[in-house]
Design a protein. Structure first.
Length: 333
């Protein structure tokens, strides 16, 4: 009898302690025992900003917020990783007011590099960051110009006779778009050679560009070029896919077959990955950041779920250690 009483007393004590512990745990964790997670949001100060996305942690940082009337475009990270260059104009000004600008990666020291009455855009650093190549409309079309990194000694580098576009500079070579094809030349403007020859290039449809190849980027070692090909001109947004090709025009490789409105791919500094923007899928606006291996495998959307639909991503650049993506963020309101 005494043993039974002791046993019942111990059971009651254990149950009482368990209840107390449960109450304490639920009080500390009001979500039924699950630790609450902070709600993550995208910093928002103006319609445009330079942002940094940690790929693994999915954390977002606002590096620089532009003034409300600024329209930046074409973000590029220097090879030293110390600054960005881009084109910028004031919203109510004509294209001729677009100038080349730079800013440090910490969001300080915004500098207007050009100051003229021409449409200057699409800047890119030379491999040693001492020069900048850019597009400028100074005659009847856009041509490739080059200047010192601080804006001095600007001069014509190449004029194909048509609009030149989409410059990229690695080592002693510059790749660009002309006549809806990818070209490569020496960085002194000599020996331009056509690299791609898509059979339907130049064919117009409902898209805002003709079929063809655009936005070439040389791999870090200069051996390969990534670009997007506009294959479906019936889609008003353009049905594009991502390709790579050797710099001599051999070894063309298809990396995607999605026909999204997508492109402006950039290499990681290791050369092992590519990041680009998917602007629309079957007419539905996205402007999400995608990443894949440079052979086309592991294609995935890395845009965090907490990004609101009205926040658009443009011009992704890998950080120097490839752990983060810098991009231009636009608030579409």
């Amino acid at each position: 009898m005494k043993a039974a009483i002791i046993k019942n007393t111990l059971v009651s004590a254990i149950l009482f302690i368990s209840i107390l512990l449960s109450i304490s745990f639920l009080t500390a964790c009001p979500n039924g025992g699950q630790t609450s997670q902070p709600v993550r949001t995208v910093p928002h100060e103006a319609p445009w900003g330079i942002y940094k996305l940690d790929i693994a942690a999915q954390d977002i940082t606002l590096v620089y917020s532009f003034s409300n009337d600024s329209l930046p475009w074409g973000l590029r990270l220097s090879n030293s990783g110390e600054e960005f260059i881009f084109a910028q104009k004031t919203a109510d000004q004509p294209d001729e007011s677009t100038e080349i600008c730079s800013i440090c990666v910490d969001g300080k020291n915004l500098v207007k590099i050009t100051n003229n009455n021409y449409w200057d855009l699409y800047p890119v650093f030379s491999s040693d960051d001492s020069q900048i190549a850019f597009l400028s409309w100074r005659d009847t079309d856009l041509d490739i110009y080059v200047m010192d990194a601080h804006g001095k000694n600007d001069r014509l580098l190449h004029d194909s006779g048509d609009h030149d576009a989409d410059i990229n500079w690695v080592g002693n070579s510059i790749v660009f778009t002309a006549y809806s094809a990818i070209w490569i030349m020496n960085d002194d403007g000599t020996q331009p050679v056509q690299v791609t020859d898509y059979p339907d290039m130049g064919k117009w449809g409902n898209a805002n560009l003709p079929a063809g190849d655009y936005d070439p980027r040389l791999s870090p070692d200069g051996s390969k070029i990534v670009f997007e090909r506009l294959e479906n001109t019936d889609d008003p947004n353009g049905g594009y896919n991502i390709f790579t090709i050797n710099r001599d025009g051999t070894g063309e490789t298809r990396l995607t077959s999605t026909f999204y409105s997508q492109g402006i791919a950039n290499w990681s500094h290791s050369g092992e990955q590519l990041a680009w923007i998917v602007g629309a899928i079957e007419g539905q606006g996205k402007y999400h950041i995608y990443i894949m291996n440079s052979d086309g495998t592991n294609n995935r959307n890395i845009t965090p779920d907490y990004f609101p639909p009205g926040f658009l991503c443009h011009h992704p650049n890998f950080s120097m250690d490839d752990s983060c993506i810098y991009f231009l963020g636009q608030w579409w309101e």
